[in-house]
Write a protein that binds this ligand. Structure first.
Ligand code: ZN
Length: 156
């Protein structure tokens, strides 16, 4: 899989709407996946994203990249174990929905379980902006876009 052939798929497109498939743990430790993870993270940064989900490049796999404290982390099969009842509202955009912004309510805190890029199962808590990014990216794996949840959509 070559980065040169990647483009960000934009709404409306059926490839953004399906449910993505789990990645096998034994797949993650292969050199191919490791190269993919590096390229995927770099592609997110080049695209000016703080998060990216594999369906956004047309890959139907449960893989996300998230920029956390200036570090690019790639996770497979991320799940939300627990979400706070308390919500926070923020203005969101999405590389797959260009020139569009909207206010979305999402949990303030999430407990996440995922497989990290070394093939290990990890559990951790995220809050604030990072929680919003995880929630947004995990939505992509289920075919959900922020415009489905946003109130007050603005186009620029
Ligand atoms: Zn998005």
């Amino acid at each position: 899989m070559y980065h040169d052939s990647w483009t960000i798929i934009t709404h409306p497109d059926d490839r953004l709407r399906g449910k993505a498939e789990d990645v096998l743990v034994q797949e993650i430790t292969t050199p191919e996946f490791q190269a993919f993870a590096d390229t995927f993270g770099a592609f997110m940064i080049e695209s000016d994203g703080v998060g990216l989900a594999a369906p956004q490049i047309g890959l139907k796999k449960r893989i996300i990249a998230v920029l956390e404290k200036d570090k690019i982390n790639v996770y497979a099969n991320p799940e939300i174990l627990k979400a706070s009842q308390a919500l926070q509202e923020s203005e969101e955009g999405c590389l797959s929905v260009p020139k569009t912004w909207g206010l979305v309510d999402r949990p303030k805190r999430l407990r996440i379980r995922a497989i990290n890029r070394h093939g290990r199962s990890v559990e951790f808590d995220v809050s604030g902006f990072t929680a919003t990014v995880f929630d947004h990216e995990i939505d992509h794996l289920n075919g959900v876009l922020f415009i489905d949840k946003a109130k007050k959509i603005k186009k620029k």
